[in-house]
Design a protein around this ligand. Sequence first.
Ligand code: NAG
Ligand code: NAG
Ligand code: NAG
Ligand code: NAG
Ligand code: NAG
Ligand code: NAG
Ligand code: NAG
Ligand code: NAG
Ligand code: NAG
Length: 550
Amino acid sequence: MAARKLLALSAGLAAAAAAPPKLVLHVIVDDLGYGDVPWHGANAEHVAPNMNALAMGGVRLERMMVASTCTPSRSSFLSGRLPVHVQTTLNNPEQPNAGVPRNMTSIAHKLKAAGWATHVVGKWDLGMATPDHTPYGRGFDSSLIYYEHKVDYWTQVLFQSACQAYDDGDIVDLWQHNASSRPAGGIVGGPARGWNGTQYIEFTFRDRVLDIISRIDPASNASTFVYWTPHVAHCPLQVPDSYLARFNYPDDEALCQAQTPYIFPGSAGSDYRCRSQYAAMVYLLDEEIGNVTAALKAKGLWADTLMVLHSDNGGPVVLAESGASNWPLRGGKYSDFEGGVRVAGFMAGGYVPPALRGTTQEGMVHVADWLATYCGLAGLNASFCTADALAAASGLPPIDSLDQWPLLSGANTTSPRTELPLGPNGFISGQWKLLLGQQGSAGWQGPTFPNASSGANPPDDMELKCGTAGCLFNVADDPTEQSDVAAQHPDVVAALKARLAQLAAGFFTNNDTGTNVPECASRPNKQQPCACYLALPGNKWDGFFGPYQV
Ligand SMILES: *[C@@H]1O[C@H](CO)[C@@H](O)[C@H](O)[C@H]1NC(C)=O
Ligand SMILES: *[C@@H]1O[C@H](CO)[C@@H](O)[C@H](O)[C@H]1NC(C)=O
Ligand SMILES: *[C@@H]1O[C@H](CO)[C@@H](O)[C@H](O)[C@H]1NC(C)=O
Ligand SMILES: *[C@@H]1O[C@H](CO)[C@@H](O)[C@H](O)[C@H]1NC(C)=O
Ligand SMILES: *[C@@H]1O[C@H](CO)[C@@H](O)[C@H](O)[C@H]1NC(C)=O
Ligand SMILES: *[C@@H]1O[C@H](CO)[C@@H](O)[C@H](O)[C@H]1NC(C)=O
Ligand SMILES: *[C@@H]1O[C@H](CO)[C@@H](O)[C@H](O)[C@H]1NC(C)=O
Ligand SMILES: *[C@@H]1O[C@H](CO)[C@@H](O)[C@H](O)[C@H]1NC(C)=O
Ligand SMILES: *[C@@H]1O[C@H](CO)[C@@H](O)[C@H](O)[C@H]1NC(C)=O
């Protein structure tokens, strides 16, 4: 490392490009709306002072691209594949093809090769069928996670899986492992007993992140990777009373349900105010980000930290689910409009080159790109970073990740990512976006959304029929997708359609499946997923969700 640093300095390169950061803190916030951060929000009610200071003093990533839903985006981050090459469904983890196929190398595996320490805290959402699917199997030294798309913030019980049909609402989704306690040859990790039901889940995760930071030895040469994936601001819109009390908007939407029977223990369970609940959750997370950055500064680590934060997908704008806003972008979660796939994000910390602080980055960066970017920062070469021999031997798609550090560090002003297939009906190429078929969630929100006149399902009330002819938007000049210019540019439409058809031939469906563990052979109801059976009180995981195949 010393030699590399000297070489780089003598070649006149920025010192920051020479040595890896001591800490990469990568935060993927759940369901954070593009308009729900102060630097995009229209008015003073979007209160997130810590994130705002980091974004305004760092580099705002203004073309940070993701999938329109959580599991595909997270699978893309972990595997370095575009979503169409790893996972495009929202299958629950009790299905063996949820998340990332076992034989794909992960971002943590790559960083381990450079000697980094690796930790994950928060939402996993990347599959759990076998131990190889769990954080341990993916190369993380430690984890404290839940497996599902969402849990109850207060009790951590399952909220979405098919297991709800078989349990009494008492299966807990919380799992952990520590490298230090790895039993020889045994399954690494287990139910996080003792953690569930103790406090609001976000405080548990924050405390774990603070604990990891407290154990980093700044004198060691090894770097640390912390992947922190808060549950906020995903539904259920649950939040402590003391936070909600700050956001009691009088003009708030009353028709929403926020997908919860109660907001906080003891709350009435009928007085849903989605914009207030949502804003309170973002504020709570913002405070935690303040806690974590304060700890890094107190330890002297901030100067050597690269922190990246972005949402996993656009904010959900269906009021039966959430109260997010992507204003001024069009659409939201589940849609291929910019409101679904272009998210709020920034890069901060002392590792950000000083000349770039306070700027915006307009180049296209995809969530798949962090793997090659961090792998390159760790000092590993590009051919190693993008190689995946096991995946190749298993017939799985190769790594798509592109090293964005030249762009992000200002060494090169052009993004290496020029095109992005979103799925069979969406394709971005340069400034153009092609949409085909019937596109739902086609509405815009507003500077104050949701509001008393929003109705129950506002943006979904609008559909755009693009059909086989196709709609075309110039998302560079018209990022809010006001004007369909397909009629003016038939040549562009034709070229994009042809290229999308070519790419679609390589789209991947995850069919990964293993063999149920022997305990499942004796389950009375064979329709019941093995995962649910093992989780029932008295069975293998005794009240917790965990792996169920080999
Ligand atoms: C850490 O790096 C320094 C400077 O490059 C080197 O002298 C030292 O031996 C390294 N320590 C370890 C434990 O590798
Ligand atoms: C795992 O690590 C956590 C966080 O440091 C710690 O609280 C816990 O006691 C450890 N568990 C084991 C079994 O080592
Ligand atoms: C934690 O989960 C277990 C298993 O479901 C349950 O028995 C226990 O009551 C829960 N603890 C709390 C504090 O909710
Ligand atoms: C987090 O920050 C808030 C606001 O500054 C503060 O009240 C709280 O004590 C902090 N908590 C921790 C664990 O640092
Ligand atoms: C890249 O790194 C790998 C693994 O460290 C090494 O085997 C390979 O020779 C390197 N290739 C180049 C071109 O430096
Ligand atoms: C994954 O790789 C292992 C070899 O490590 C191989 O036995 C297995 O068949 C592969 N799985 C798939 C689904 O390709
Ligand atoms: C800058 O990046 C672009 C996109 O990856 C690449 O085509 C170009 O060669 C790079 N320029 C230099 C000077 O490295
Ligand atoms: C209220 O919500 C509707 C969409 O439901 C939106 O059109 C309108 O602009 C919003 N009002 C304000 C003041 O933002
Ligand atoms: C996965 O299954 C689908 C549908 O059954 C099939 O079309 C596809 O070829 C399979 N993919 C792989 C990689 O086996």
